[in-house]
Each structure stands twice: as structure tokens, then as C-alpha cells.
Design a protein around this ligand. Structure first.
Ligand code: PLP
Length: 369
């Protein structure tokens, strides 16, 4: 994060550096484009129409979201090709909402159980032809079925009148520790290949083989056409965090300090206790996301070893810093994980070369359903 904070910020503030954001958007699009892999960025990271427009202008083929609520926001904002990469249970109000979305945009949905397939089919009516992707577990052990079980889910989808267009997986075990992304990328590739093969044997063509995480996006090979011998090829990637990056991406080696486009600007409110200082960004700004391989919840940029080690709702406590700022000083904290941090703010303060140039709303903030 070699960029400057502007003066006169009302803190805590979600600050995004436009030069770095633009570079991140362009480089992922160029890398995947050069390998013939479609980019369908996960918009749950930024939740912003403005950033999604920039991703689209750089060549993104559609968007990924986590919830119907996010899909609705992006559909309202003019995005007509959206993949809900989540096992949607189309019951209750979601029956009406998924049907309304399917009518107005090209909607794709993730499915990993016969029950969910039947509910989506029931919500949309017989032979709706809604495009679905079977979710595979590539090693994260969250949702998704084993590749060998994909045909059973696909058959349930077909019976519910849905169109099985492929398979997808999130290799979230890339985040287990530094050193894990390489193995997770191999698992991702292997699971998509095995799932596609199992589906082919059952008479389903998996023309979409969608992988997705920032740490693995650049590691997984691509570029084939899915012809014989190339069923392993990933056709699409869904990275999200790459637009901003964070402490975790740096620790995993998927981003360098210069790729960090987002920080929480926060004011020093107390130096009363010796050996520490306190800032006005607490858990409601920085989130409680914590990983075993990093100390604390965020790092004060440019202050070596100054880590936010404790949080209460409105206080971030930086213990044992090498030096202490003065009360009133504004510092930039690079959070552990950007996605939940963004959801705590209603707008971004957009800066270029240390000056505020815009404010963008976090349009899909709080769209958990
Ligand atoms: N796809 C799915 C299903 C996800 O859950 C996520 C992140 O959680 C992503 C893609 C994007 O991953 P990342 O945040 O590593 O960019």
C-alpha cells in the first residue's frame, strides 16, 4: 500500500486507491484473458456497481454473487448475466424472487442437492431451462458434492426442468496457510475435471467448468476447448478479493504490498496506556476475521510491527508498536480480509494520489438474503 491517505477524512473511513484498483482489475483480466479463461468476478467483495462496471469494461464475462439479494442489486444496475455461486434453497419468499430474477436476466444458480434442485424447479415451473452448475467439493469441505456424485445431482436438476451447463468449485482450502494455494489449485483443477468427466459419462456436457478464488486464479491452467484430453481445463474463474487485496492475500503470496488498494483510515483516539495506542476502528469497522497464520485483525500501514491485536466494537488496540502516533493522527489499517470489512461501510472514499476524487456507494451492502 504505497499510496497516501487524503486529509480531512471522517473516520473510520473505507478508502480505496483508484490507481491500485485499476491496476488490479486490469491485471487479472489480462492474465486470465491470455490463458483463454473467462473472468466472472465475485462481486460479494466490493458490492459496488461502479467497480463491477470497471470489471466489465476490462472484459469480465458476467458477475458472480453469493445471494439473490446481491443478484437483485446488480440486475437493477444493468448487469444481465449473473451466477449465484451458492446452493440457493428456493423456498418461502425466495421462490418468487428467483423466478422474478430468472425472467429479467440471464441467471445461473449453483446446486448441490436433489432437494434444492426440486425447489428451484418448483419455483420456476416445469422445463424452465434455468442454467445450473453442480457444486463440487474440491477440498474445502464446505458445500459441494464429490465429483463422483455430480451425476446424481445433475439428474435431479434435469428432472426438475433445469439445464445443467457445468460444474463449479471454490478451493477455499487455499486459505488454510501460506503454501496451500498451489495444492488447492491442483485440487480445483482435478475436481472440475473429474466432475466434468462423471457428468459426460452420464450424458451431461459440462461446458462451464468454473473455479474460483484469488489465491488460485492465476495458478490454474486454462485455454483448452474441453475437447478430448482437455476435460481438465477450467473455462472460468471467479476471483473476488483481487480487486482490493488484503493482509491474508499478502501472507499467501497472491498479492504484494503494492497491490493493496483498500485500507480503513482511522484516527488515534488514545495513547493513555503505555506501550499501546487505540484507534477508532473497532470490530464494527475491521470485522473479527482472524486466521492462525497472522497476528491480530489488521496492520497499520507503514508502522512496522503495529498490529491491531484487540478489538471492541469501536476501539482497535495496537499493542507494543515500535513508536506511537499522537492523539488525532490518522493512520491506515490494512485489514485481514476485505470482504466483511466492506460490508460495514455505506460508501467508499475514492482517492487518487492522495486526493479524494469520488465517493461510491456500497450498493449491495447487507444483502445477506
Ligand atoms: N467463489 C465462491 C463460491 C466463493 O465462496 C468465493 C469466496 O469466498 C469466491 C469465488 C472468491 O474467492 P476470493 O475471495 O478468494 O477471491
Amino acid at each position: 500500500m504505497p499510496w497516501e491517505l487524503p486529509r480531512d477524512l471522517d473516520t473510520p473511513a473505507l478508502v480505496v486507491d483508484l490507481d491500485t484498483l485499476e491496476a488490479n482489475v486490469a491485471s487479472m483480466a489480462a492474465d486470465l484473458g491470455a490463458r483463454g479463461v473467462a473472468l466472472r468476478p465475485h462481486a460479494k467483495t466490493h458490492k459496488s456497481l461502479e467497480i463491477a462496471r470497471r470489471q466489465r469494461a476490462a472484459g469480465a464475462a458476467g458477475l458472480t454473487v453469493a445471494t439473490l439479494g446481491e443478484a437483485e442489486v446488480f440486475a437493477d444496475g444493468g448487469f444481465d448475466d449473473v451466477f449465484v455461486a451458492y446452493p440457493v434453497i428456493a423456498d418461502g419468499p425466495k421462490r418468487r424472487r428467483i423466478a422474478a430474477l430468472a425472467e429479467r436476466i440471464r441467471l445461473r444458480v449453483g446446486v448441490e442437492s436433489p432437494e434444492a434442485a426440486a425447489l428451484i424447479g418448483g419455483a420456476l415451473g416445469p422445463a424452465s431451462g434455468l442454467e445450473v452448475l453442480v457444486e463440487l467439493d474440491s477440498g474445502h469441505h464446505r458445500t459441494g458434492v464429490r465429483p463422483a456424485d455430480a451425476p446424481g445431482v445433475a439428474a435431479a436438476c434435469a428432472a426438475a426442468g433445469l439445464d445443467v451447463v457445468g460444474v463449479f468449485t471454490h478451493p477455499g482450502h487455499a486459505y488454510a496457510a501460506p503454501g496451500c494455494p498451489d495444492g488447492a489449485a491442483r485440487d480445483e483443477d482435478a475436481a472440475l475435471a473429474a466432475g466434468a468427466l462423471a457428468l459426460a459419462r452420464a450424458g451431461f456436457e459440462a461446458r462451464v467448468r468454473s473455479g474460483g478464488s484469488t489465491p488460485t486464479a492465476r495458478l490454474v491452467a486454462g485455454g483448452g476447448d474441453g475437447a478430448a484430453g482437455e476435460a481438465a481445463t477450467v473455462t472460468e474463474q471467479r476471483p473476488g478479493s483481487y480487486v482490493f487485496n488484503d493482509r491474508i492475500q499478502q501472507a499467501l503470496g497472491s498479492a504484494a504490498g503494492g497491490d493493496v488498494a483498500l485500507a480503513v483510515a482511522t484516527t488515534v483516539v488514545s495513547v493513555s496506556r503505555p506501550g499501546c495506542f487505540v484507534v477508532d476502528a473497532g470490530s464494527k469497522a475491521l470485522s473479527l476475521d482472524h486466521v492462525d497464520f497472522l497476528e491480530g485483525f489488521g496492520e497499520v500501514w507503514g508502522w512496522q510491527g503495529a498490529v491491531v491485536t484487540r478489538l471492541s466494537e469501536h476501539h482497535g488496540i495496537v499493542e507494543a508498536p515500535a513508536r506511537r502516533p499522537a492523539v488525532g493522527e490518522v493512520v491506515a489499517v490494512v485489514p485481514n480480509h476485505v470482504c466483511p470489512v466492506v460490508d460495514h461501510f455505506d460508501h467508499y472514499v475514492v482517492v487518487r494520489r492522495g486526493r479524494v476524487v469520488d465517493r461510491w456507494p456500497v450498493d449491495a451492502r447487507g444483502r445477506l438474503r
